[in-house]
Write a protein that binds this ligand. Structure first.
Ligand code: SF4
Length: 463
């Protein structure tokens, strides 16, 4: 890595040393309201289908159970050793799928699901019989043979090759392996020991054949005991194993994940160190030929998302980057997010008793939601374009939303000028281009357009 780049980068990290919102949706779910429930969800679905009966959809199913606690985890999960508990949850999830199917039947609708994703928690906790039973329900709303993508998150410690072949037989064509880090010391510090050989063995040629172009790795930057050298070694091993896509997450410290205190705080990298670790990982991946997809994803140049990026056809939603345009994601299972059409977000309840109670009453178990107005939709579009393409054509925003960009975003301009002075962006009257060295600060540029972020936060950074 060139020392000069590193020096500039380090100075900018210090200047903008503030936590940055990692967008999974705009506006962030902390701004959603509990006024939204079953009635609003049904109305939003009806509106969606009345506009376009064949609107392409994604289905997400959440399995919250895990056998062991990883100390860094921020997922909505429950650690349990009782498989009976898991089965009980699954029986309620079956009823939620049926509730959705009943809604479709009532309105004579055939949904056009094009992707299905199983996440968690650990979907791999479910045994084959229960997975098959759940799939029986899913097949009542999804034509599995027509899916362009069917993925499942994999805890490598809980599967063998036979299980992966089983998923393949059921139609799964993408597996997403939670790797996190290959360094044994780091693994011990996060209570997740899984030697690299375990993953190497799983990805035998016969398995790679089952999931051609369909192997993802998740890696985390900012874990305790990670060093620039250790993360480079981890990423070198990742490159040797040749996954098709890599998601490079930052460790997010959440006040809701109390178990994160089990990690030794003194071993955690500072914000500055965390960003330097990200930079090290990024450097190895790009030198190894991976294409950077938006802020934190990487893919082989032959991957569908990498190709969609080149063709400017790539899209982003709560589940990540995709080569297809899906305005809507239907989330089933506790804590799942749904995006319904252009205007609505919803999230299911977090507690199993509340979840079950709602479904027993025949209600969709909505905990909170949000209705986007035109300003929200425009800002989401700007943020999505910037974080996906590092580029914004201000004129096309003006045309699409009928505004004068300069006037509408006068306040944001002051902050953008500061970014331009630091060579994070190139600013003209018609475009915003995030520079190569500025890409690490892309989220900060996106945040400038977030009307919920107090402007003083950026202005303080500029002082
Ligand atoms: S990281 Fe994955 S396996 Fe570990 S506790 Fe969280 S959801 Fe479960």
């Amino acid at each position: 890595m060139a020392a000069i780049v590193s020096e500039t980068y380090a100075r900018l990290i210090d200047k903008y040393d503030c936590d940055v919102v990692m967008y999974t949706a705009y506006p962030h779910h902390s701004h959603w309201s509990k006024e939204f429930g079953d009635k609003e969800f049904r109305t939003a679905l009806k509106n969606l289908f009345s506009c376009d009966k064949s609107s392409p959809l994604m289905l997400y199913l959440h399995i919250p159970h895990c056998e062991e606690l990883c100390w860094f985890c921020t997922c909505h999960m429950t650690v349990t050793h009782s498989y009976e508990k898991v089965k009980k949850y699954l029986s309620v999830l079956h009823r939620e799928v049926e509730l959705f199917r009943d809604f479709l039947d009532q309105h004579s609708l055939t949904p056009n699901f094009q992707e299905v994703h199983f996440g968690g928690g650990s979907p791999t906790y479910i045994c084959e019989d229960e997975f098959e039973q759940l799939m029986e329900r899913v097949r009542t709303i999804v034509d599995i043979d027509r899916l362009s993508e069917f993925s499942i998150e994999i805890d490598p410690r809980r599967v063998d090759k036979e299980r992966l072949k089983f998923y393949h037989e059921k139609g799964v064509n993408r597996i997403s392996l939670g790797v996190q880090d290959f360094d044994l010391d780091v693994q011990k510090a996060i209570n997740r020991v899984q030697p690299p050989e375990l993953i190497e063995n799983l990805l035998a040629p016969e398995i790679k054949k089952c999931f051609v172009n369909g192997i993802n790795f998740d890696i985390i930057c900012g874990l305790p005991r990670q060093t620039p050298t250790s993360i480079r070694e981890t990423i070198n091993k990742v490159v040797d194993m040749s996954p098709d896509r890599i998601c490079l997450n930052y460790l997010h410290l959440s006040k809701f994940a109390k178990h994160q205190k089990l990690m030794n705080r003194s071993e955690l990298p500072s914000m500055h160190e965390k960003k330097m670790l990200f930079y090290e990982a990024l450097d190895v991946l790009e030198r190894s030929g991976y294409v950077r997809i938006g802020y934190d994803h990487f893919a082989k140049p032959t991957d569908a998302v990498a190709k969609a990026l080149v063709e400017q056809k790539m899209h982003w939603n709560a589940l990540g980057y995709t080569s297809g345009k899906y305005a809507s994601v239907i989330g089933l299972g506790i804590s799942s997010y749904s995006t319904v059409g252009e205007n609505y977000y919803f999230q299911n309840c977090f507690d199993e008793p509340d979840y079950e109670k709602a479904i027993t009453k025949g209600h969709f178990p909505i905990y909170r939601g949000y209705k986007l107005d035109q300003d929200d939709i425009m800002r989401r579009d700007i943020i999505t374009r910037l974080r996906s393409y590092f580029y914004l054509d201000c004129r096309s925003i003006e045309e699409q939303y009928g505004i004068n960009f300069e006037k509408y975003f006068g306040e944001e301009k002051t902050i953008l000028c500061d970014f331009a002075q630091e060579n994070i962006i190139e600013l003209s009257n018609t475009t915003i281009v995030i520079t190569e060295s500025g890409k690490q600060f892309a989220n900060l540029v996106c945040e400038t357009f977030d009307r919920f972020v107090p402007r003083y936060k950026h202005l303080r950074s500029m002082a």
